[in-house]
Write a protein that binds this ligand. Structure first.
Ligand code: 0WD
Length: 253
């Protein structure tokens, strides 16, 4: 029970196929007390279902583009939990038309939306919630290999993930003063709601399965289990890092 006695916030559960759900479940199994958010009223009932299943007491609204919701979330956590020990940011979005076709056709509006929701949200969440983080807390965000290499159709999201990984490094230095750590977990492709927006995603899944050292795709359970290392004190010497959980696919030439 490596998360026993730890309290943490997990942002990005859309349903029980979300990577954030896999992480929440692993945290719960390892003894953590979890807080969840839901993006909007449409997703609320699905997040409620997950909360009931995992014995989560409170869920709070959070659309990361709404500063006031973030401010309210900070106050609510302070009031209901005091301080927390870990934070998971599992949020990304780009308009669908930007995730198909050619990167060269990316519109400024789509670029700005992708950067706001997938990158700036991490910076702002950390900025606003830092006061409710305990010293030595651990923060985790989710990234993808498309940040470093060309992946068909990933387009503007690859650029956003590169900026996200750079943000992790800069935040690591600022947060390190309080021994707060921040890392990125780079997951292999998994069929989730967000992934369904990426063109030819099933082809990417098949290709990775065939061409990764382990000859299989990863599951949200595997991502959740690896997240336990990064969120717990087991990784107290690790910060600013990108950790691949992708059946080894990233090492292939
Ligand atoms: O193959 C994959 N699925 C991979 C995903 C491989 C590697 C990394 N990732 C990353 C994603 O880029 C993202 O950062 O993992 C993270 C979680 O993605 P997911 O679990 O694949 O997708 P999903 O279950 O859809 O959760 C992402 C959620 C949103 O769902 P939808 O599909 O409704 O956009 O991010 C949340 C939302 O719940 N989200 C927001 N939350 C608050 N405010 C916002 C927002 N404005 N926009 C999206």
């Amino acid at each position: 029970m490596i998360m026993q006695g730890k309290k943490g916030l997990i942002i990005g559960v859309a349903n029980n196929r979300s990577i954030a759900y896999g992480i929440a479940k692993a945290c719960k199994n390892q003894g953590a007390d979890i807080i969840l958010t839901y993006q909007n009223d449409k997703l609320k009932s699905r997040v409620e279902k997950v909360a009931n299943e995992l014995g989560v007491k409170n869920i709070y609204p959070l659309d990361v583009t709404k500063e006031e919701e973030l401010i309210n979330l900070k106050s609510a956590i302070e009031k209901d939990y005091g301080k927390i020990d870990f934070l998971v940011h599992s949020v990304a979005f780009a308009p669908r038309e930007a995730l198909d076709g050619k990167f060269i056709d990316t519109k400024k509006e789509a670029f700005n939306i992708a950067m706001e929701i997938s990158v700036y949200s991490l910076i702002e969440v950390v900025q606003k919630l830092e006061p409710v983080l305990n010293d030595g807390a651990s923060i985790l965000t989710l990234t993808y290999l498309g940040s470093q290499r060309y992946i068909p159709h990933y387009n503007v999201m690859g650029v956003a993930k590169a900026a996200l990984e750079a943000s992790v490094r800069y935040l690591a230095v600022d947060l390190g003063e309080r021994k707060i750590r921040i890392n990125a977990l780079s997951a292999g492709p998994i069929k989730t709601l967000a992934a369904s927006g990426i063109g030819d995603f099933s082809e990417i899944l098949k290709y990775n399965e065939k061409n990764s050292p382990l000859r299989k795709n990863v599951t949200i359970e595997e991502v959740g289990n690896s997240a336990m290392y990064l969120l717990s004190d087991l990784s107290s010497g690790v910060t600013g890092e990108v950790h691949f959980v992708d059946s080894g696919y990233n090492i292939m030439g």
